[in-house]
Design a protein around this ligand. Structure first.
Ligand SMILES: Nc1nc2c(c(=O)[nH]1)N[C@H]1C(S)=C(S)[C@@H](COP(=O)(O)O)O[C@H]1N2
Ligand SMILES: [Mo]
Length: 316
């Protein structure tokens, strides 16, 4: 892991990860916890890595954008998945550790039909669709990705939420053997995220099990991850094992870690700059010239009404 001192880097190079790790490194270097950085064992991957496979009967969706797709190579080699390493190329290199069978997802909390689903059953819950969405990272880069998945609303309806269910919290697998980045305290594990119930029910919100017509690669959040296209990428939590219906706004990892920088809502908003960089523009991976960032990542027509009457500078 490359950790530069703040004095060595130009502000134009600063990413949230580097700044966070600098701070973290500073804190850890004076404590016994510094050992955690050297004690990490990324050796001995499981003998058989997950085999990819084509997904059958995938319908095209008219929610898709017609923009030029990023390549499979770009989508699977430039990732944020801190549980598999903090550099963009780490998740691809460490994907082999994340075996995804057997896998279950527990649906629990304020629901009438709590149930633990096997991943095979979950994948067949609703017809699979290809959804070509823009993903806009809070670090000001973006990609266009052909996800395969189904609306989260299909799972919510089966769970029959009670009247107390106002939010949903999602939880990533916590298993340092399969997610070796969890041996390092870069964040508090497991990674968690949350949505308000109406955001969860919105037809654009999907659970994704694949991309480019194939089973989801580990580095993209196999076997199942959330995709919320009008929010910054970090809301789209990977490798989910728990879907918990709750009555209060739940904890969300980035919001917990640095609440002044990452709000619970995290809607893509070119008018609300991150405290340390602009959100007005972005770099599409594979392009040189920066693009203007669009309100709600271009999905305003579909989702702006969810936030009518809310001050989006306050609820960022
Ligand atoms: N569990 C988990 N989910 C995660 C992350 C992570 O580090 N851990 N990173 C998030 C961030 S910051 C982004 S931008 C997207 C990236 O998704 P992709 O690698 O499939 O493009 O995943 C999100 N989901
Ligand atoms: Mo991100």
């Amino acid at each position: 892991m490359l950790i530069k001192k703040p004095a060595d880097i130009k502000s134009s190079e600063i990413t949230p990860r580097e700044l966070y790790l600098n701070r973290r490194q500073f804190m850890l270097s004076t404590s016994a916890a510094a050992l955690a950085f050297t004690g990490v064992n990324f050796a001995n991957p499981p003998a058989q890595a997950q085999s990819a496979g084509k997904l059958a009967n995938v319908k095209k969706s008219n929610f898709s954008t017609s923009e030029k797709l990023n390549s499979l190579k770009e989508i699977t080699n430039y990732n944020n998945f801190y549980e598999l390493g903090t550099d963009k190329e780490d998740p691809a290199a460490n994907a082999k550790y994340l075996t995804t069978r057997p896998w279950t997802v527990a649906v629990e909390g304020e629901v009438k039909k709590a149930k633990t689903y096997d991943i095979e059953e979950l994948t067949k819950l609703a017809p699979l669709e290809e959804r070509i969405y823009r993903l806009r990272c809070v670090e000001a880069w973006s990609m266009v990705i052909p996800w395969v998945g189904f609306p989260l609303s299909a799972l919510v309806k089966l769970a029959e939420p009670t009247g107390n269910a106002k939010f949903i919290q999602f939880v990533t697998l916590h298993d340092p053997k399969r997610l070796p980045g969890q041996k390092i305290p870069t964040m508090e594990w497991p990674y968690v995220e949350g949505l308000r119930m109406d955001e969860a029910m919105h037809p654009l919100t999907i659970l994704s099990v694949g991309l480019y017509g194939e089973v989801l690669p580990a580095q993209n959040g196999a076997p199942i991850r959330l995709v919320v296209p009008w929010k910054y990428g970090f809301k789209s939590i990977k490798s989910i094992v728990k879907v918990r219906f709750v009555d209060k706004q739940p904890a969300a990892s980035w919001n917990m870690m640095q609440p002044q920088e990452y709000g619970f809502y995290s809607n893509v908003n070119p008018e609300v700059d991150h405290p340390r960089w602009t959100q007005a523009t972005e770099r599409r991976i594979g392009e040189l010239r920066r693009r203007k960032t669009l309100m709600f990542n271009g999905y305003g027509e579909q989702v702006a009404s969810l936030y009518s009457g809310m001050d989006l500078k306050k609820f960022y």
